[in-house]
Design a protein around this ligand. Structure first.
Ligand code: CA
Length: 222
């Protein structure tokens, strides 16, 4: 399990990272909000409120707008914080410094237990595209797209992070559960079909030599 520690104080972050590694977690640590938002998505985020470039609440809000990744907000005693605000922003729990390592570990495990039972978001909206993940339906400007199961899986994968390039290897692995590159042509066939069904080929951009990304026509991507 991958944990991301967002904490600017080495004296707190270093022993914490070490302790969590000993417990078997894979731990990455960053010191700023900007760096936290640039990291690949972990399985859980430990997020300090007092960061040098921004506050943990804005980072929580941004992370939450992208994905349901579990977030535990960490705050110093006496810091001006509002537990309710933190939780409304989508944090899953809240812990006050100084805290004991065992207490934190118990919180992490409790949050992981709760969130693993959380259903996937019912639907997401990306510009005119509406994706009903559980119902496996997609609409553009209210018009339903008649997609095959693999076309839907491919679209849902690209829609996880609009504008981000998804490699062909990742697509093959997640949509077709294969790493056999000979089947790469399959991706092209499905992309062509998706573009046709969207009625606008610019929805799915080919990034030569890298992969594919979802792009809302009429907006800047990247
Ligand atoms: Ca801090």
């Amino acid at each position: 399990m991958k944990l991301l520690i967002v904490e600017d104080e080495d004296a707190i972050a270093e022993p914490l990272a070490e302790g969590l590694r000993r417990e078997g977690f894979e731990v990455e640590r960053v010191s700023t909000g900007e760096a936290a938002l640039a990291m690949p998505e972990p399985d859980l985020v430990l997020l300090d409120v007092g960061l040098p470039d921004t506050d943990g609440f804005s980072v929580a809000r941004e992370l939450r707008s992208r994905s349901p990744v579990p977030i535990i907000i960490v705050t110093a005693k006496g810091e001006e914080v509002d537990r309710v605000v933190g939780l409304e922003l989508g944090a899953d729990d809240y812990i006050v410094k100084p805290f004991g390592f065992r207490e934190l570990l118990a919180r992490i495990r409790a949050v992981m237990r709760r969130t693993s039972e959380r259903p996937a978001p019912r639907s997401s909206r990306i510009g005119p595209l509406e994706l009903d993940v559980r119902g496996r339906r997609a609409r553009v400007d209210g018009r339903e797209l008649d997609l095959t199961p693999k076309e839907f899986d491919l679209l849902a994968l690209l829609a996880r992070e609009p504008g981000a390039v998804v490699s062909r290897a990742q697509i093959l692995q997640e949509v077709w559960q294969t790493t056999w590159y000979g089947s790469a042509k399959t991706i092209d066939v499905h992309v062509a079909a998706l573009r046709k069904k969207f009625g606008d080929p610019s929805w799915i951009e080919t990034v030569r030599g890298v992969g594919l990304r979802l792009h809302v026509p009429g907006t800047e991507s990247g």
